[in-house]
Design a protein around this ligand. Sequence first.
Ligand code: NAD
Length: 426
Amino acid sequence: MADKKKKFYQLTLQERLQVLQDSGGLSKGETAAMSGAAGLTASQADHMIENAVGTFALPLGIAQHFLVNGKEILVPMAVEEPSVVAAASFMAKLVRAGGGFTASASAPEMIGQIQILDIDDINAAERRLEGATEELLALAAKADPLLVKLGGGPREITVRKIMESPIGPFLVLQLVMDVRDAMGANAINTALEQMTPAVERISGGRVLLRILSNLADRRLAKAACAIPVDALAFNDFSGADVRDRVIEAWAFAEADPYRAVTHNKGIMNGVDAVVIATGNDWRAVEAGAHAYAARSGRYTSLSRWSKGPKGELVGELEMPMAVGLVGGATKVHPSAAAAVKLMGVRTAAELAQVIVSVGLAQNLGALRALATEGIQRGHMALHARQVAIAAGAPEEWVAPIAEQLAQEKNIRVERALEILEEWRAR
Ligand code: NAD
């Protein structure tokens, strides 16, 4: 049993895994998959991609203190950057002072596109396709009877005219499909292919691309939090000061794309780490996030921070969240399957709600640090450890060398090598 008096971060690796078994409900095999002792094998990888030679590991940490819609969640995060897991845990603790995160998700609707070229009369073809939406929806439904049985399936068809392009005008048919607990790319792409012969016949044109859109703006997840102002105070900063500084820092991102992209990158530090840990497609989520941030025509912040009626700090984050629990690597990858089990999420929508909450926590962590004492202080201690490891320090020397580097304010590999040489000589 792990020492109950110790905080999770004070435990040894082995003790933390024991906690995941004792209170996270994981089996020995599942914690082994998370620890790296077991997990994805080279032969499993060989079935997943081409020319496989092995697997590639990332650090996996568990963020603490997350309360999402009243439910305690242990959040697995796969990320190589120091401070991310600590910041998420710390901010989740602050948010807890205001009752935790309130999160919601829209229906899991994804969009697929069919590009139709070589049309004689674009307006007439558009009208014919619009008149045939029932027939086309029925064809799309046939592609995935299981999805329909589960309550998902095709929902809507729209036809868009692209009048100006390097190849002249063409039509785009867009299919909206509820993909339930899947990410949905394969489900959508199969449905689009099923519709193709009919789309060509009805439009009189030639179908070229049939592909999912990663601008998943019909599949949004939203998280909000309200932190009592007193909970924000630390060191010489009053709670009101911290709140106002966070809002001022957010306003910079709201107004300026150069700042907004870094602000959103901070959100993605949290989002991607959970997306990766659960075996989901992080390129899809990244692409969707940034396109959504630019939806007004000007790239801006994905989040919003303001002062609430009682002086509390109110945070909101809304973004597309195309993640699934079935399909992709989530079921195949043993560590991802264990991560999903640990979180206790039962639907893709619940997973999306947790991910967007982590994104909001990460955003607050960055804004709070940047707008008060700066991020380098906390960052450097962890960075120093990585530098010590890079210099080849043996495990028992990593912490003391990192400490010396930080004290000397000279966190460079060359200096770590010098220290190593001195210590070895002794
Ligand atoms: P999938 O096809 O493996 O699984 C989805 C299918 O599982 C559904 O079509 C359904 O038949 C079945 N299913 C069983 N139970 C279900 C449930 N509860 N909810 C929903 N479906 C259920 O996976 P997918 O999500 O369609 O595709 C995801 C993969 O596609 C990812 O690996 C992604 O990287 C890849 N991909 C992405 C893109 C892109 O992002 N542009 C393009 C192509 C492929």
